[in-house]
Design a binder for this molecule. Structure first.
Ligand code: ATP
Ligand code: MG
Length: 647
């Protein structure tokens, strides 16, 4: 059911309404988490379309993830504005590249390379560079950073402010980068960043193409603008071609993708770049209870106080204090546990209690710093019989087990075309690893089962909704959903990294593993990186609507092995909650203190465990972690790229 223009504006507060009814740019909405930024721009687009000012096909809305884009499209449809293009930068650029490639470049568009490392290994071999897999991954991240920062290999060498590599010097890296580009060219391949770089290049070089794109799109809206990279900004400017029909929305305190080249400067300096811009600030927080909001305010306020004490502090945006609009709720819980398993077990118990109280599992999330932490929570939730889904499940239809299952269902439907679904699907999927009982194991087996169980649940749901629903109908439905990347939702607790939780919200949020080494992550060595970790925690806290739990474990293993200290960020939060500092005694009670405890000077850069042996300290890695220190960063980057490439 569509809404009238008046109804669209009625769902907003005064400031949001001001933003939504300002239909010509440049417009900048600056506001903290949960203040309704995304809601305001969605209503603005719907209002513009419904009042006849915008042609829905002439507007491009850019969101940070494919999921956010899908949500925006669905909101717009329900507000009576279907047909608006809401996409990620990557998806929007890819469509343009595919369309213009034959005229602008000619021939077929190259295949998109999934992983850089294989080509990089060949490039290193050509150059006779001795590199291991870890340093190739390091180089892959650096290439990505260089490209989103618009740096060629020569430009890279000239730029003064660049991240250090662990093994390679800058000269060798630049040679490797060039060799990688050459190899890619020879093999008719392009990588993820090339999609944006080539689109930008075509728009810069080919006036006809630029004119056509500018003719197509008249209005632009960008959500999460604080995390835009220089390359994305360049593309945006090319799309605009000097016009100012642009609306950007962001919160500098939520800049968490600097490692991919993101810069909040574009948001903060919007007025300087667009002197005519109208700036609207939102301060009412509609998402979270006053208890949650006050913790978020304290966390940011603490950094502002710190600013005065630091010598040459990196720029820290003036925080936009949030004012909760919600009723009071429960006090956030801040707990400390003996080890990781105890922490995960406690979280599973609390989730079960909240579920008993009526909070749906799909309204709860466990968020952590590195994807490697998910295993412990998967284990604890499985043991407690609680279903869960790992974020990233949007790639559902690309999973091997789902593709296999779809092929098997298709074959069966050809043989037995009028089998009714539920039972037929169960029978086929049983031979592919599905059983009525969930496996108690975690990892790949569990993931496979979860995928198949989601297909069974979807079949049951559709059979209940549609009379005479056959196996063949189900196969057709799956094909349609696969084309639209419309994954069945799993009714379960979300397990997600803090990075991938951006823009989302749940009734109950469990922020786990809040200890030094994990939050802040140990490779965050300078103030700039520590600041980003603080913002990441801010993003985590502000995902909660009502229930918030912050927890840590004082040791990685039972018996006190792998001692840890609670995150520095918890101190002001503890004070705010009126909780006492845990005493040394409590910390030591988790197990036998290590005899070398006094000598501790470092923590494992992958898992955060306190290192005690000289060799470990030197490598900055505990004996149990085979991965190198950039593993967590690499994983976060990988997840981010998956997010982008989903559409
Ligand atoms: P983030 O910074 O995390 O992306 P945001 O500023 O984009 O947050 P939204 O996601 O748009 O915030 O809104 C947060 C929540 O508050 C949503 O559930 C939204 O529906 C609700 N909300 C926003 N504005 C209003 C309003 N005027 N009336 C009622 N609910 C609102
Ligand atoms: Mg938002």
């Amino acid at each position: 059911m569509s809404s009238s223009p008046e109804e669209i504006l009625a769902g907003l507060d005064d400031e949001q309404r001001e933003a939504a009814s300002t239909l010509s740019g440049p417009l900048c909405i600056l506001a903290g988490a949960g203040t309704g930024k995304t809601r305001a721009i969605t209503h603005r687009i719907a209002y513009g379309v419904q009042s006849g000012v915008y042609d829905p096909h002439r507007l491009l809305a850019v969101t940070f993830t494919a999921r956010a884009a899908a949500e925006m499209r669905s909101r717009l449809t329900s507000l009576g504005a279907p047909g608006v293009q809401a996409r990620t930068f990557h998806a929007a650029a890819l469509r343009q590249l595919q369309y213009f490639w034959p005229v602008a470049i000619g021939g077929t568009i190259p295949q998109i390379l999934d992983h850089k490392v294989r080509i990089l290994a060949e490039a290193a071999k050509r150059l006779r560079l001795s590199t291991d897999r870890a340093s190739l991954r390091d180089a892959a991240s650096q290439i990505e950073w260089s490209k989103v920062t618009n740096l060629t290999p020569e430009g890279y060498l000239e730029t003064p402010d660049k991240p250090e590599l662990t093994d390679l010097d800058h000269q060798s890296f630049a040679r490797l980068y060039q060799a990688y580009e050459d190899l890619k060219h020879d093999r008719h391949l392009i990588d993820f960043e090339d999609v944006l770089l080539l689109t930008a290049g075509i728009l810069e070089d080919d006036e006809r193409v630029a004119a056509q794109v500018r003719q197509q799109y008249r209005h632009f809206v960008v959500d999460e603008y604080q995390d835009v990279s220089p390359l994305q900004q360049r593309l945006l400017e090319l799309w605009l071609g000097g016009r100012e029909e642009l609306c950007v929305v962001g919160d500098a305190a939520q800049t968490i993708y600097s490692f991919t080249g993101a810069k909040p400067d574009y948001l903060l300096n919007f007025r300087a770049r667009h002197p005519q811009a109208k700036v609207v600030k939102l301060i009412r927080d509609y998402r979270s209870t006053p208890e949650v909001v006050s913790l978020a305010n304290v966390l940011l306020g603490d950094r502002t106080r710190e600013q005065a004490r630091l010598k040459n502090p990196p720029v820290w945006p003036e925080p936009l204090e949030l004012i909760s609009q919600r009723e009071h709720g429960p006090a956030p819980e801040l707990t400390q546990h003996n080890d990781d398993d105890a922490e995960a077990g406690w979280i599973a118990t609390r989730i079960a209690e909240l579920a008993q109280e009526g909070v749906p599992l799909s309204e709860m999330a466990v968020l952590y710093r590195t994807n490697g932490q998910s295993q412990t929570f998967e284990q604890a939730l499985s043991q407690a019989g609680i279903s869960y889904q790992l974020r990233g499940s949007e790639r559902f239809f690309s999973r091997a087990e789902v593709r296999e299952a779809m092929a098997a269902l298709r074959t069966s439907s050809l043989v037995d075309d009028d089998e009714s679904v539920g039972e037929g699907v169960r029978a086929v999927l049983s031979s592919h690893g599905w059983s009525a009982q969930a496996p108690t194991t975690t990892g790949a087996v569990r993931e496979r089962w979860e995928s198949l169980a989601a297909l069974v649940a979807l079949a049951d749901q559709l059979a209940a909704e549609r009379e005479g629903f056959t196996l063949r109908d189900f196969v057709a439905e799956l094909q349609e959903r696969s084309a639209a990347q419309h994954a069945p939702t799993v009714e379960g607790v979300t397990l997600a990294s803090l990075h991938s939780a951006k823009g989302l919200e749940w009734d109950a949020v469990f922020l786990a593993g809040l200890c030094e080494g994990l939050m802040p992550i140990s490779f965050a060595q300078d103030q700039r990186a520590i600041d980003e970790e603080r913002r990441l925690l801010y993003v985590g806290i502000t995902r909660a609507r009502k229930y918030l739990s912050l927890s840590s474990a004082v040791a990685r293993h039972a018996g006190g092995r792998g001692k840890r200290t609670p995150s520095r960020f918890l101190k002001p939060l503890r004070r705010q909650l009126g909780l006492e500092e845990p005493t040394r005694k409590i910390l030591a009670s988790s197990g036998r203190p290590s005899p070398n405890a006094r000598k501790r000077t470092a923590v494992c850069a992958t898992c955060g465990e306190v290192l005690t042996s000289g060799a470990e300290i030197k490598r900055r890695r505990c004996a149990e972690c085979p991965a190198r220190y950039d593993e967590a960063l690499f994983e976060a980057l990988r997840q981010w790229r998956l997010e982008y490439s989903k559409e």
